[in-house]
Ligand binder design. Structure first.
Ligand code: ADP
Ligand code: MG
Length: 316
């Protein structure tokens, strides 16, 4: 059933959640937020477009989850504590049922991380969801891309390639585990916060490991060597692809939303102590002099990926 823009916003407002530091939330011209005096504000925005960032047939609850998850992942990569977000929706039709389902996914993840929805915009147009997420970090504690030093270890959280595997097998619907990693990524918020003060640089893996590690190298003025045989893989990925295809998905597939970070060797024990069954931490290489990200096999031979990451303007 068609609903007015006013009805849609009322539905969102009724469920938006709250925090003590929200002076004024949804309903005025802008939100008013009380910043703690001893914190810096961390701000990030990401847009998901229908058919580009999620398959066209994705259910609204999964679109809602993913729209927030990719932004929480950026806060995680900064070592920030999530606080507030805004939501800009472009919708082809104004449907209450669609919004209700979208909010089920979006707000379930928001509740897990204590982030409150404080405003946004609702317009008519091709389906597109844009979220701005705001977080807090103590001054000097944010994880940045520019702190990697020659000799640091390179680490990654969780497993790589699952979402790209889910996308590659979309038509076959072969693995619900891989499909869930594509539709409902888990932002590594707690890991990011725990790594503040330990990691020297951090990035979240959204465009493919080698491409995103390249961003750390570019900003830090260093190179990296990645041992591709050490890249962590889930059982579901191993069961679904041969080794060559699997390695390509792990090294270059997009949408992982794991954290790739660097740290001095002296931090190995502290980092391993942070790992759990849920979230392993795997050492996958080292920072070296230079400016390239090199991938090598167990025998030291270079490994060439077919493509290094997802670039929106690559092949359109
Ligand atoms: P304005 O015309 O002043 O920009 P709107 O009518 O667009 O105000 O929005 C009214 C209120 O509803 C504002 O507080 C705005 O932040 C909020 N809002 C609108 N759309 C959304 C949305 N999709 N999610 C959350 N809040 C929204
Ligand atoms: Mg206004």
């Amino acid at each position: 059933m068609a609903a007015s823009e006013f009805d849609l916003i009322a539905r969102i407002r009724a469920r938006a959640g709250t925090r003590a530091d929200i002076v004024l939330g949804i309903g005025d011209d802008a939100a008013l937020l009380a910043l703690p005096p001893d914190r810096q504000l961390v701000v990030t925005a990401d847009t998901l477009n229908d058919g580009v960032h999620f398959p066209h047939a994705t259910v609204p609850a999964d679109i809602g989850w993913k729209a927030l998850a990719v932004n929480l992942s950026d806060l995680a990569a900064m070592g920030a504590e999530p606080a507030w977000c805004t939501l800009s929706l472009s919708l082809p039709q104004s449907e209450a049922a669609w919004i209700d389902s979208f909010l089920d996914g979006f707000l379930a993840l928001a509740a897990q991380h204590g982030i409150a929805l404080v405003g946004g915009d609702t317009t008519r147009g091709p389906l597109s969801v844009s979220v701005t997420a705001m977080g807090l970090v103590a001054p000097g504690r944010a994880l940045r891309r520019d702190g990697a030093r020659v000799g640091d270890d390179v680490w990654v959280t969780g497993t790589l390639g699952d979402a790209a595997g889910g996308l590659a097998h979309l038509e076959r619907a072969s693995s619900p585990v891989l499909r869930a990693r594509l539709d409902r990524p888990t932002p590594r918020v707690n890991a990011g916060r725990a790594l503040a003060g330990i990691a020297t640089a951090c990035v979240d893996v959204s465009d493919g490991l080698l491409a995103d590690l390249g961003h750390i190298c570019g900003r830090s003025g260093v190179g990296a060597q990645v041992d591709v045989d050490t890249l962590p893989a889930s059982g579901a990925l191993r069961a679904s692809f041969d080794d060559a295809h699997r390695l390509a998905l792990q090294a270059s597939g997009g949408d992982d939303y794991e954290l790739c970070f660097t740290a001095p060797a002296a931090e190995r024990e502290r980092i391993l102590a942070l790992a759990s069954l849920d979230l392993p931490m795997t050492r996958i290489g080292r920072i070296v002099e230079g400016e390239q990200v090199q991938a090598v096999r167990r025998d030291g031979q270079p490994w060439q990926p077919a493509r290094r990451g997802y670039d929106h303007f690559d092949s359109v």
